[in-house]
Ligand binder design. Structure first.
Ligand code: PAF
Length: 279
């Protein structure tokens, strides 16, 4: 695997590719786990060349403390990436991506997605995501970008970005990988204690509780029950939203005529976890 840290080196590499070679792109913020490996495997399966980025993007963190405590383990990431057939790791510095600083990034009009769910609870987060993905899509011009469904709203936002900025890249959503306990794999799980990780399994269990009883009780009742289940093991739930799976618009109750998705965020041991399941 070739490791490059500057856009100049990256461009040199890209210039050597033939225009017919397909490029699969997996953007990450590092602290790689099996979930990332599954995205990379999909990219390897479907493309001639696979490029992975490891970049903890400061402009998508609305809390500086969250950025500071985000796990940064590049050496371990490189070791893991070397076990599979990734062609290039692009791991730029913040100065490389933001030579003018991080205060002035362009505005991306992503419509309603900006202020709902994650957007409501993490103001500005999706502007930072759009910016970094826009920068990478412009640099790499990948054939396909592979993203995990754990960040379901991020997938909708990046799809919108592709449309508004006319990128030719195809977005490939990939299923969420879970621990045996049901806990969605996440780099943030590394910050949990052993007991915290065991308790964190209740997050997914409580969402499944809502899904499994949807024919018996209304959403509000089940949502309260799920929140109690989470609180009992030390979670502080932030939100649990029932949404139209296509538009991510919030629904007040179950509607069996449309595809639905439960989307939630909850804190445990000071770590903010997100998850979502189909209903
Ligand atoms: O999902 C992530 O890890 C990040 O939001 C992404 C897509 C790599 C952009 O920084």
């Amino acid at each position: 695997m070739k490791i490059v840290n500057t856009s100049k080196e990256l461009t040199e590499y890209l210039n050597h590719l033939s225009p017919t070679q397909t490029i699969g792109f997996v953007p990450t913020m590092g602290a790689l786990h099996d979930g990332h490996l599954s995205l990379l495997s999909k990219a390897i399966e479907g493309n001639d060349v696979v490029i992975c980025t490891v970049f903890v993007n400061p402009t998508q963190f609305n809390e500086k403390s969250d950025f500071d405590s985000y796990p940064k383990v590049l050496d371990a990431d490189i070791e893991l990436l070397n076990t599979i057939k990734v062609d290039v790791l692009f791991a730029p510095s913040v100065a490389q991506i933001y030579p003018e600083g991080t205060n002035d990034i362009p505005f991306y009009d992503i419509g309603a997605l900006e202020n709902v769910l994650e957007g409501e609870h993490r103001p500005g987060h999706f502007q930072g995501v759009c910016h970094i993905i826009d920068v990478f899509l412009n640099m790499l011009k990948p054939t396909s970008i592979y993203m995990g469904e754990k960040d379901i709203q991020q997938i909708a936002v990046v799809q919108k970005l592709i449309e508004i900025n006319d990128h030719s890249t195809l977005l490939v959503p990939c299923v969420t990988l879970r621990e045996e306990s049901g806990l969605a794999m996440s780099s943030r799980n590394r910050r949990l204690s052993v007991q915290g990780k065991i308790n964190a399994a209740m997050f997914n269990k409580s969402l499944c509780h809502i899904r499994d009883l949807q024919k018996e009780k209304n959403f509000l009742t089940l949502k309260k029950e799920a929140e109690e289940m989470m609180k009992a093991v030390g979670f502080t739930p932030e939100y649990i939203a029932l949404c139209n799976a296509n538009t991510l618009e919030e629904l007040s109750d179950f509607d069996q005529d449309i595809p639905m998705r439960l989307i939630a965020a909850s804190f445990i041991e000071g770590v903010r976890l997100i998850d979502n399941i189909a209903i």
